[in-house]
Write a protein that binds this ligand. Sequence first.
Ligand code: APR
Length: 315
Amino acid sequence: MGKVTVIGAGNVGATVAECVARKDMVEEVVLIDIKPGLAEGKALDMLESAPIHGFDTRITGVTGDYAATAGSDICVITSGVPRHPGMSRDDLLSINAGIVKSVTESFVAHSPDAILIIVSNPLDVMAYVAHQASGFAGHRVFGMAGVLDTARFRCFIAEALNCSVRDIVALLMGGHGDTMVPLPRYTTIGGIPLTDLMEAEQIDAIVERTKKGGGEIVQLMGTSAWYAPGAAAAEMVEAIVKNSKRILPCAALLSGQYGLHDLFIGVPVKLGHRGIEEIVQIDFNGDEQALMDASADHVRANLTALTRVLAQVGG
Ligand code: APR
């Protein structure tokens, strides 16, 4: 796999491009944006950092020229508007649906065999839009949310326990929003269950902070995060490029798994050259199932809103 396109050269897209390039694992990264000069400028700036960082990945920036993306193996879609204080991810739906639909159509016309990773919010619904617009099989279209949300969860646990983030393995499922479903029962530190090392009250506080982790940053900066989202998408790209069969939480199209159909929601998946190679199923306890069902209800409500929006934009 040699070519990765990143659509949207804003905060998240540029970070994805840089993280992918610095891993020095693909020949070329193409950054594309609608705003003239933005992708070209950021691509050139990144390329000029290559001698310092020591990577050989070629980075090209273009304005709206999808011919330059032709033959991509993977595409990360970040185009759209970010959140500002007081907004939920769902508030972005009406604007981002039209953007994600049109960029997906333009991209797949030149790269019919690519794998699509969606980052634009509201994530679970934008993954659905890209799936519909591409006509690709479900295993080739999925969303980045769980890798970011578990990274936040792991970060807060490491801080609380004063231990290395590298030893924390966590699982988090459900939609990308306040209804996400962190699973402390499936979280370990150096192989030791989190529940053995931390009181329930402290775990609950960290779970709550994780759910609102995106909002915490929006409050601080006035716009949404990019370092962790960009790194998270690049980690998914790496798993696919290297065919490493990593098990990562991603927003995947479900067809009966977890009792859910025809919606994208966060579940553990195995990533390799084919994209999603397996959706891993775990047994929930009663509380966890109820949280997952509530999260799915939320995603479904957004899909209903999407139907109205797409009718307006001629979809
Ligand atoms: N085609 C290409 N690029 C587009 C299009 C389009 N049709 N519409 C918008 N863009 C570009 C903008 O020009 C901008 O450069 O998408 C970029 C978005 O960048 P930012 O405004 O910096 O937003 P960012 O923080 O990167 O977030 C992008 O990712 O995490 C999500 O919620 C976030 O939906 C948001 C998305």
